[in-house]
Ligand binder design. Structure first.
Ligand code: NAD
Length: 477
């Protein structure tokens, strides 16, 4: 493993420089970090051919051995956590403390799925006919195409890679244009721990839509695992119909964060900071719409503004930084447009000021008086903006929370045990945080409903999407 940044494509166990390169830049100041191979269709063909060639051998390799390699890869990530985190901060911009947390979180999927590889159990079914034995085995689907976004370059990859390799699938990964370096760094470690050539391939590209589309269309690919925007996910699902490929989609969110009148307000504020500001607000599970019961609305807003006002905005590599730059200029424009629209339609600015478009460092903004006509009510803000709306009752809070086509995660703060259960059950979301602002963990099923996607990642359920059930009826008499 070299200390230099790997910038070549990784195909069939070889590092390929290719004929074209594209720049990867630090979102803080556009400094060039590396020139990366711009993979072409021939490279994708070679990667898919390698993944298909090695698949039968890899899937027959005993599960404990596959699991052991995954465990070793996770351990290597942890032993290199500082270097990997610094690379992540450079290409993504996130604060170094969050990058370290991401490396640990990403490694936890490799450890978790490494252990789960030995527990991909089948079934025996009591038959009606005494001369028959009915068994069900779970078989690896085949080569998998993995497409990931820029906001969690390591974790969004390992959540898929861990499950796929544990199940016995092979992988061709296409990282996001802005953040290919983390994926290549992981390929480097995978090579180091002895993952066989062709089991994990990486094809970076500056034109992710085109090359990603080509990768997904290859007939040898039997499953697509995509994390990214809802629009692209919808397109991918349509295209996958041609070959009836299995599809898992982890898509956008529009999470409600409900604070009911009996909530512990200090706990709610602490949870809000976690749920809102990780990665400068650029997470799919970011609290997008704060819904606060009327009697405590002013008190909550006051405590929230006091806490948000203390957050440090700056370069990710500075250990004091809480909020780094957003990923690019179009993110700044989008956030500024949403804030402008809300203010024009009557929102009050309680803290901060609309971004001026001159820097990617956006100071947190708290807006009150949000109404459903404002664009940010329906749009994933993906930035450090808190939008507060009041609700007259628990029932109204639930109705407001469910007023979205998304359904990834929802948060609720209340001290009342019955209310906790009642509201959690009424919320239309794949995941609910009750007095908890951070729900993601390798042991639990992560995923959404409605326009937030299909399938689950992490937990024992995370492997299901990478296996087919095969039922075998055997006549014994
Ligand atoms: P994006 O959809 O623009 O891109 C995601 C990936 O898809 C990139 O690698 C990109 O190159 C590739 N891509 C783009 N068009 C494609 C096409 N036509 N065919 C194949 N691949 C294509 O999303 P983004 O801006 O990188 O990421 C942000 C989005 O991801 C947000 O909506 C966020 O909520 C979502 N996200 C969801 C989860 C989750 O687990 N639900 C996690 C992280 C991010």
């Amino acid at each position: 493993m070299s200390e230099t940044i790997k910038g070549d494509a990784f195909v069939d166990g070889r590092w390929l420089p290719g004929t074209a390169r594209f720049p990867v830049k630090d979102p803080f100041d556009d400094t060039l970090i590396a020139e990366v191979t711009d993979a072409d269709e021939a490279m994708v063909d070679a990667a898919v051919a390698a993944a298909a060639r090695v698949f039968p051998t890899w899937k027959r390799r005993p599960a404990p051995e596959r699991g052991k390699l995954l465990g070793q890869l996770g351990a290597r990530m942890l032993s290199e956590e500082r270097r990997l985190a610094e690379l992540c901060t450079r290409e993504n911009g996130k604060p170094i403390k969050e990058a370290i947390a991401e490396v640990r979180y990403a490694a936890s999927f490799l450890t978790w799925f490494g252990a789960e590889a030995s527990r991909i159990y089948g079934e025996t079914i009591p038959a009606s006919n005494p001369d028959q034995r009915l068994t069900v085995v779970r078989e690896a689907i085949g080569p998998v195409a993995v497409i990931t976004p820029w906001n969690f370059p390591y974790a969004m990859l390992t959540r898929k890679l861990g499950a796929a390799l544990a199940a016995g699938c092979t992988v061709v990964a296409k990282p996001a244009e802005a953040t290919p370096l983390g994926t290549l760094a992981l390929a480097d470690l995978a090579e180091d721990v002895g993952l066989p050539a062709g089991v994990f391939n990486v094809v970076p590209s500056s034109h992710g839509g085109k090359l990603g589309g080509y990768l997904l269309s290859r007939p040898q690919i039997r499953k697509i695992s995509f994390t990214g925007s809802t629009e692209v996910g919808q397109q991918i699902m349509k295209n996958a119909a041609a070959d009836l490929k299995r599809v898992s989609l982890e898509l956008g969110g529009n999470a409600p964060f409900i604070v009911l009148a009996d909530a512990d307000l200090d706990a709610a504020v602490a949870g809000a900071l976690v749920a809102k500001f990780r990665n400068s607000g650029q997470t799919c599970v970011a609290a997008n719409r704060f819904i606060v019961e009327a009697p405590i609305a002013d008190a909550f807003a006051e405590k929230l503004c006091a806490a948000v006002g203390k957050l440090v905005v700056g370069r990710g590599s500075d250990s004091a930084t809480d909020i780094g730059p957003v990923i690019d200029n179009s993110a700044v424009e989008k956030i500024a447009g949403l804030v402008d629209d809300a203010v024009k339609r009557g929102a009050t600015v309680l803290l901060g000021a609309p971004p001026d478009g001159k820097t990617r460092l956006i100071h947190p903004i708290v807006l009150a008086g949000i109404t459903p006509e404002m664009a940010l009510w329906r749009t994933e803000i993906f930035g450090p903006v808190i939008a507060l709306r009041t609700a007259a009752s628990e029932a109204e809070a639930i109705a407001q929370a469910n007023d979205t086509e998304f359904g990834l995660v929802a948060y609720v703060y209340t001290r009342d045990g019955a209310r906790q259960q009642r509201v959690a059950e009424a919320l239309e979301a794949g995941m609910v945080g009750v007095n908890e602002g951070l729900v993601s963990t390798a042991q639990a099923p992560f995923g959404g409903i409605k326009h937030s996607g299909l399938g689950r990642e992490g937990s024992r359920h995370g492997i299901d999407d990478y296996t087919n059930l095969k039922y075998i009826a055997t006549r014994i008499g």
